[in-house]
Write a protein that binds this ligand. Structure first.
Ligand code: F3S
Length: 757
């Protein structure tokens, strides 16, 4: 489906030269991750070795994928770049904005009506700028990407954390914020800290009730939710080769849950089978020609301790099915008796009310077929399902094929709800309750990836446990959290004691994949005549105006907006939840700016002193009052300011409202870069203790802003309410190009100017 074989061949044509050169420079055998990274340097053939976990490197990704929630602001920004087409193959996937309620047909109809303007906007922008568009109902972004675009040895970025799923087909695929995607769409390099490398050696073979999902649930138990931070996890060993391609996708997908930059596997026969089954034999043929470059050098896997920063060993023959949760994906419990103990001790509801199968993590044909083998046994053995079943197929191709092969029919006989091929309950798009905040305590089991409080249904009392699709099916049928299908029996409708046999399934559909309308719309070859229409009265979408540069003169008499106390993540700066609705409308979403940040002077959120009136008001209201008077303001913060997601809204909103500078003890790097890209000042206290000098009524003068230059701290004069003054130094990390962004008003303004020249 519209994948670009010439682009892929181009990547492979350069691979040998670049990887051989990298090996020579690094001076030792290379892991697969290093091969892919060095083959995708922005400057082409490598000229130096990079230090893992330290050096920032410019890369040239091969592809971009965006989902409908994040694509809105990304595309609105891209439209500012003044480019006729995206520079790199890009696709948009409508999967997040579809609520699961009654079943696929009705739910899709509702979404197509309630989010019509967003879908129409995304479709027309895609058509205009050469972006492939996947309609609502076409499938979940990462399943569609795996089926159509992922290729061994490629590099992809995507505006969704589970972009990493494409590691199942041997890619280095990384989730990024919209601002990064826009840069690459506009033809710029993409910067990443050269990752550390974690090797996971898989020996033995999974069998019986154990599934690929259990591999990553085990890795999450070992590494915890932070253990993969800043690293690529590379799986290898005989156990890896024995896993299916979509199973590898599951494992890579949940690498996001351990904080990993991404995860990947070397090219092998399972990937070749998957490529051929998904109508990409030409990609398989091309990959076969460079096979040795699509996996690590032999010596690396023979002595991994010498080449990875950390090595983990898992014997798949000894791995048992796990249930991870509740509320965190790294809390592992083996299926069975141990759960009886833990659930009793922790007062987790033992009765299971829903079993949900799907999400980008586990919605492949293989997943559905294995889970359906358990559902079929329930029918054959006259078992009544105790919990309700919900199924989200990963793509229309999977759904169509699974329906043709009778798989969905089996679930339907158990009264399962077949939801749209979309994210649905995985992202809280599940109309389970009318009043989720006051809904009862309960347990659910699902084959998704995230299980934080409220994630699935908005109910803080829902205890969500993550398991493989087959275990999810068995537990849903039994209706008990501590049911062990390997040893326990159930009583059927005739009062007989029955037991499940091991699940069975197909790695790939025996009769091949089939689909009538995959839901793909190719863009026009020449989109210049396509009009992008945004209703000026829309509350969800708003075309962007370029940011005006912040003039030196306006950096005198700058007022303090808020001195944030303690943790201030991107979620504190731009909250999610109901605000997601306004992701494409900068002015509306700006009404949540910093409402989660704690004011250091009163320890309250969203209550700061308006220096114009002396009254205490909400942060956005106060800032809008300053903006109305043309007064610039500054935000002061603590350590690691802006940690969390790479959400560019956290930089765009303050910028839109007139905040000129953010001065903190330290930044989360992505947020610091995002502030720079939006043409703001991102500064750190040269002396951390100066944070204490900042008072509620302070005014700031940037005395030497006219001399803003790389490697030279700025001087800020602080004028306190009593007229006394302090002068402090503020460090920054701007290089010449980034100072250019500040002087022009934003990075996009610079790109636009270059295009016009
Ligand atoms: Fe969608 Fe859930 Fe994946 S929200 S992209 S199915 S993590």
């Amino acid at each position: 489906m519209a994948f670009d074989i010439d682009m892929i061949k181009g990547v492979y044509a350069n691979m040998a030269e670049r990887v051989d050169k990298a090996r020579e420079i690094v001076g030792k055998p290379l892991t697969l991750s290093e091969k892919i990274l060095y083959a995708h340097l922005w400057d082409g053939t490598p000229t130096k070795a990079f230090v893992r976990g330290k050096d920032y490197v410019d890369f040239a990704p091969d592809r971009i994928a965006c989902q409908d929630a994040t694509a809105q602001m990304a595309l609105l920004q891209f439209m500012q770049a003044g480019k006729p087409k995206v520079a790199v193959p890009t696709t948009v996937h409508c999967d997040h904005l579809i609520q699961a309620k009654s079943g696929a047909a009705a739910d899709l109809k509702t979404a197509n009506s309630t989010s019509a303007e967003v879908f129409d906007f995304l479709e027309s922008v895609s058509n205009k700028y050469g972006i492939g568009f996947w309609k609502p109902g076409a499938g979940i972004i990462h399943q569609v990407v795996l089926e159509n675009y992922a290729f061994p040895g490629g590099m992809m970025i995507g505006t969704d954390s589970h972009t990493v799923n494409a590691g199942g087909l041997g890619m280095v695929a990384i989730g990024v914020g919209g601002a990064d995607a826009v840069d690459v769409m506009a033809g710029m390099a993409w910067e990443l800290k050269f990752p550390k490398l974690i090797g996971v050696r898989l020996t033995g073979k999974i069998s019986g009730w154990t599934a690929p999902k259990d591999v990553i649930l085990k890795v999450a138990e070992i590494l915890t939710v932070k253990g993969g931070t800043g690293a690529i996890v590379e799986y290898f060993g005989p156990g890896a080769k024995a896993l299916s391609c979509t199973g590898k996708g599951t494992i890579c997908n949940m690498g996001a849950e351990i904080g990993a930059t991404t995860s990947t596997f070397g090219y092998d026969d399972s990937m070749e089978r998957y490529l051929r089954a998904t109508d990409r034999s030409d990609v398989a043929d091309a990959a076969n020609k460079v096979r040795e470059y699509l996996t690590a050098d032999e010596e690396v896997y023979a002595n991994p301790e010498q080449y990875f920063d950390q090595v983990i060993d898992i014997d798949l023959s000894k791995l048992n099915p796990l249930l991870n949760g509740p509320f965190t994906p790294d809390l592992s419990t083996p299926v069975g008796k141990e759960m009886t103990k833990k659930a009793t001790e922790n007062d987790w509801p033992m009765q299971v009310e829903w079993g949900l199968i799907g999400s980008c993590t586990n919605s492949s044909y293989e997943d559905l077929s294995r889970a359906s083998s358990i559902a079929q046994q329930a029918l054959d053995k006259k078992l009544k399902t105790k919990a309700e079943f919900g199924i989200n197929p990963g793509s229309e191709q999977v759904r169509f094929t699974a329906e043709r092969d009778g798989i969905l029919g089996i679930f339907e006989k158990l009264d399962a709800k077949i939801f749209t091929n979309a994210c649905g309950p995985c992202i809280g798009q599940w109309a389970r309750y009318s009043d989720p905040k006051n809904a009862p305590k309960n347990s659910i089991v699902h084959s998704f990836n995230r299980n934080f409080a409220k994630r699935a249904d908005g109910n803080p009392n829902t205890h969500a446990f993550v398991a493989s699709p087959e275990i999810t099916a068995a537990i849903a049928i039994a209706g008990r959290l501590d049911f062990n299908p390997m040893t326990d029996t159930l009583i059927n409708e005739d009062g007989e004691e029955v037991r499940f046999e091991e699940p069975t399934g197909w790695e790939l559909p025996p009769k091949g994949f089939e689909v009538e309308d995959a839901g793909y719309l190719a863009p026009k070859e020449d989109g210049s005549s396509v009009k992008v229409v945004v209703d000026p009265t829309s509350e969800r979408l708003q075309l962007l105006d370029p940011f005006e540069p912040i003039q030196n003169e306006s950096l005198q008499n700058v007022k303090l907006l808020i001195k944030a106390f303690g943790k201030c993540t991107t979620d504190h700066i731009s909250m999610a939840g109901p605000w997601l609705r306004f992701r494409g409308h900068l002015d509306n979403i700006a009404n949540n700016t910093l409402i989660g940040a704690v004011n250091a002077f009163n320890q309250k959120t969203n209550l700061v002193k308006n220096q114009l009136t002396g009254e205490y008001e909400g942060v956005p209201d106060t800032q809008r009052a300053y903006k109305a008077k043309g007064i610039k303001s500054m935000v002061v913060g603590d350590h690691n300011y802006g940690e969390g997601s790479s959400r560019e809204h956290a930089a765009m909103q303050p910028r839109h409202l007139g905040v000129a500078a953010v001065l903190v003890k330290s930044f989360a790097r992505i947020h610091e870069t995002n502030l720079k890209k939006q043409g703001m000042l991102a500064l750190t206290f040269a002396n951390e203790n100066d944070y204490e000098l900042i008072q509620e009524d302070d005014i700031f003068n940037f005395v030497d802003i006219a001399d803003f230059a790389p490697d030279t701290p700025l001087t800020i004069e602080i004028v306190h309410a009593d007229g006394s003054k302090d002068t402090i130094k503020a460090n920054h990390t701007y290089n010449d190009a980034q100072i250019g962004w500040f002087r022009e008003g934003s990075a996009l303004n610079v790109i636009k100017k270059q295009n016009a020249a």
